[in-house]
Design a protein around this ligand. Structure first.
Ligand SMILES: Nc1ncnc2c1ncn2[C@@H]1O[C@H](COP(=O)(O)OP(=O)(O)O)[C@@H](O)[C@H]1O
Ligand SMILES: [Mg+2]
Length: 344
């Protein structure tokens, strides 16, 4: 749905060059909620502004719903009309809402429809419909100053949906909100994703946001994507930093010669009595050092840190058994490459 290839953005400010995006290849599939997480200055806002061409990339391409926006941007005045049309099919939600304080809630939602040249009657109908959708049907005649932060963001979301976009881009939409309001806005985004089939690309610096709603995630650092994948893929990837941050597991080794493995299970595997089967099949005593269950991206996920008796070499077969059962297995104290080879 959204693909960027080699996306690069270099800002020139006061004779200095700042590379905000350094060859970003991003692939967001239709109908998913995709989170890009990174520290301040990582290039997240530049990425999202380049995706809808609010910012012109220095190099690389952006394709949204099969349309190469970078090619449109490069073709002068006629292109700019097409680009504006393409942009109206991409909704954008901002951290600080960007509502016009002199306009009512309804008039704020109508604004993009005015720009698109829709009739008064059509605008009003659409705005009312959208306000119902975001749970603000009763507040159409209020002014932004009379609303809470969460309500303002709902207006921002309704406005973003005015052009019936297929894609919603969100730049830190919940960063100005308290945790409870954050959850309700994330729930709304998830509902819109499901009910409208909306693809959502959201930028955040908060791991909890990724954990709450994302199907896929990417970690951004210094203008690059250093890790990406679906949440189950990430959770199953040895040494994935995102997985560790999404779902930390702890527990100290017993101090003997045992082999410590972190096991991640989701979906079907979570329901099977894998550990007791392992113990019976190989006649070994397994110690559980730490364990947790949680919901990540709406899916039940479990993590356990286990200790198997004996060195790694003695446990190759039981570890293989765990992997065959569909569990993500990461052997502690071994570099990722070797831990992976253990899978063979
Ligand atoms: N308009 C701009 N002019 C110059 N430098 C910019 C501009 N916008 C962002 N930057 C710089 O680009 C880098 C990435 O910024 P940004 O995309 O805003 O990151 P994030 O959203 O992850 O905090 C930072 O070093 C920032 O200072
Ligand atoms: Mg930013």
């Amino acid at each position: 749905m959204i693909t960027t290839t080699g996306l690069t953005k270099v800002y020139r400010a006061r004779g200095r060059e700042i590379t905000a995006l350094d060859g970003v290849d991003l692939h967001v599939r239709e109908g998913e909620v995709y989170g890009v997480i990174g520290r301040s200055g990582a290039g997240k806002s530049s990425l999202i502004r380049c995706v809808n061409l609010l910012e012109r990339p220095t190099a690389g391409t952006v394709t949204v719903a099969g349309q190469d926006l970078t090619a449109l941007a490069g073709r002068g005045r006629r292109a700019s009309r097409e680009l504006r049309a393409a942009r109206s099919r991409t909704g954008m939600v901002f951290q600080h809402f960007h509502l016009l304080s002199s306009r009512t809630v309804q008039d704020n939602v109508e604004l993009p429809l005015e720009i698109l040249g829709h009739s008064r009657g059509k605008r009003a109908r659409k705005a009312r419909e959208l306000l119902e959708l975001v749970g603000l049907g009763e507040r159409a005649t209020a002014y932004p100053a009379q609303l809470s932060g969460g309500q303002k963001q709902r207006v921002g979301i309704a406005r973003a949906l005015a052009g019936d976009p297929k894609v919603l881009l969100s730049d830190e939409a919940t960063s100005a909100l308290d945790p409870k309001t954050t959850r309700s806005i994330l729930r709304l985004l998830r509902e819109l994703n499901r009910e409208l089939g909306l693809t959502v690309l959201l930028i955040t610096h908060e791991m909890d946001v990724v954990k709450a709603v994302c199907d896929s995630a990417a970690l951004m650092e210094n203008g690059r994507i250093v890790e990406s994948g679906t949440v189950p893929q990430l959770l199953g990837t040895p040494d994935s930093r995102l997985a560790r941050a999404l779902f930390p597991v702890s527990g100290d080794p017993l101090g003997g010669e045992g082999t410590v493995v972190d096991v991640t299970f989701h979906g079907e595997a979570a329901a099977r009595p894998v550990i007791s089967r392992l113990s019976r099949t190989y006649n070994i005593d397994i110690s559980i050092l730490g364990a947790a269950m949680d919901t990540v991206g709406g899916r039940q996920v479990g993590r356990m840190r286990l200790e198997l008796p004996g060195h790694y070499e003695e446990n190759v077969v039981p570890i293989g058994f765990l992997r065959e059962q569909g569990l993500g297995v990461q052997v502690q104290g071994r570099p990722a490459r070797l831990a992976e080879e253990g899978a063979e």
